[in-house]
Design a protein around this ligand. Structure first.
Ligand code: PLP
Length: 407
């Protein structure tokens, strides 16, 4: 594939105009939208409208006048079509970590005779850490991790909830949601899916898989901005059975009656805790609006094609890189990892040349391909830069070995 051929793919891409919705710095090839999505052009004005117009102009009246009170459910309903959920099954709230806590604890409390939270070693750290926190708090509970290949066989009548990330953050492996959910249900266990690396980049069909519970991130492919509020999903059939362990007043059936006793709200609203972050939700809503009118089948097919092209070019033009992601697009998310012993320094050398991917310990160079704004030309140029970095040994520079706090 030549640069001209990559450009021809862009010219034929039905989604090529969507890139215009983003304010991307000139000359930067940004392959890290799976860590922090790019800034939508509409976000600054949307925020200014909420800050100056709604907050500044109407103060406390904004809760009713501008629908702040319903924002968590309204914006949750905008996430729903991206994950195959009904509008009243999704809520925007808190961080992914806190939502993991709420739903893991709720699942355990609803199954008091079962003692185990089952997950895989190498799951995203916060998922395991939050599970450990929940198990430590509830008497007699434990976290058990089992290598993914043995995980289905390990689901037994002692498992309250299986906790998995749908697309693995490091390798990009996409788990078979339907098969794993069915296997868990056969043993009477629930499954909690972390969709942080899926939502907005790969097809997700929670209802079609009879999924129980899910959480996901607002600042990755949803473009909600750094630290954006996260979302949670609870299948309708489970909503009345589960109680949030964080029984804050926004999850109360009648918060403005100011009673002394907690009574959970009906439906998904019970999984709110405190006052929703209206500014953060406004930015998230603008981020989700970048999907408006976009044919998601074409979008997810483009994500696969971008990844396929990257793999083919790296393998054709670079030596010493070992593919650490599935080759089969059907089993992969929208990021691709290659292992290389000098991955950290190579990543820094690429960033210095304005190709932004990231490094994941111990030796992975990870590139994320956000289909809304990544071009085939970007993939070609990123690999061309990588070829140059390797040929000149540009990575072999002490400056590229200094580790920053965030990698
Ligand atoms: C990014 C990510 C998170 C983020 O959790 P925060 O609470 O927002 O820090 C959680 N889980 C997975 C799998 C992620 O990729």
């Amino acid at each position: 594939m030549t640069l001209d051929e990559a450009r021809a793919l862009d010219a034929a891409d039905p989604l090529r105009g969507v890139r215009q919705r983003f304010a991307l710095p000139a000359g930067l090839i940004y392959l890290d939208g799976n860590s922090l999505g790019a800034l939508p052009k509409a976000t600054p004005a949307a925020l200014a409208r909420v800050v100056e117009g709604e907050w500044g102009g109407d103060l406390i009246a904004g809760w009713n006048a501008h629908g702040w009170i319903d924002a968590a459910k309204r914006v949750g309903a905008r996430v729903a079509p991206l994950i195959g959920a009904r509008d009243d099954e999704v809520l925007v709230a808190d961080s992914t970590s806190v939502n993991l806590f709420k739903l893991l604890a709720a699942a355990c409390m609803a199954n008091p005779e079962r003692t185990t939270i089952l997950s895989e070693p190498g799951n995203f750290p916060t998922d395991l850490y939050m599970a450990q926190g929940v198990a430590g708090m509830l008497a007699g509970r434990r976290v058990r991790t089992v290598a993914f290949d043995d995980l289905i066989a390990a689901i037994d009548e002692d498992v309250a909830v299986v906790l998995l990330t749908h697309v693995h953050y490091k390798t990009g492996h996409k788990r078979d949601m339907a098969a794993i959910t069915a296997a868990a249900h056969a043993q009477g266990a629930l499954v909690l899916w972390d969709l942080s690396h899926s939502v907005g980049a790969v097809a997700v069909d929670l209802n079609g898989c009879s999924a129980d519970l899910a959480v996901g991130c607002g600042y990755k492919y949803l473009n909600g901005g750094p630290g954006a509020p996260a979302f949670l999903y609870v299948a309708q059939a489970l909503q009345e059975r589960l109680r949030s362990p964080l029984s804050g007043w926004f999850g109360h059936a009648a918060p403005f009656e100011f009673g002394d006793e907690y009574a959970p709200a009906p439906g998904i609203a019970r999984f709110q805790c405190g006052t929703p972050p209206i500014l953060g939700i406004a930015a998230l809503e603008a981020g989700i609006a970048t999907f408006d009118g976009v044919d998601t089948r074409a979008l997810f097919a483009k994500a696969q094609a971008l990844c396929d092209l990257y793999i083919a070019l790296v393998e054709a033009r670079c030596e010493g890189f070992v593919l650490a992601s599935p080759r089969d697009a059907a089993r992969r998310g929208s990021h691709v990892s290659f292992a290389h012993p000098e991955a950290y320094a190579i990543c820094q050398a690429l960033i210095a040349r304005r190709v932004v991917g990231d490094f994941r310990a111990p030796d992975v160079l990870r590139m994320g391909f956000t289909p809304l704004y990544t071009r085939f030309e970007d993939v070609w140029r990123a690999v061309d830069t990588l070829v140059d970095v390797m040929r000149r040994r540009a990575w072999d520079d002490p400056a590229y070995r200094v580790r920053a706090t965030v990698t």
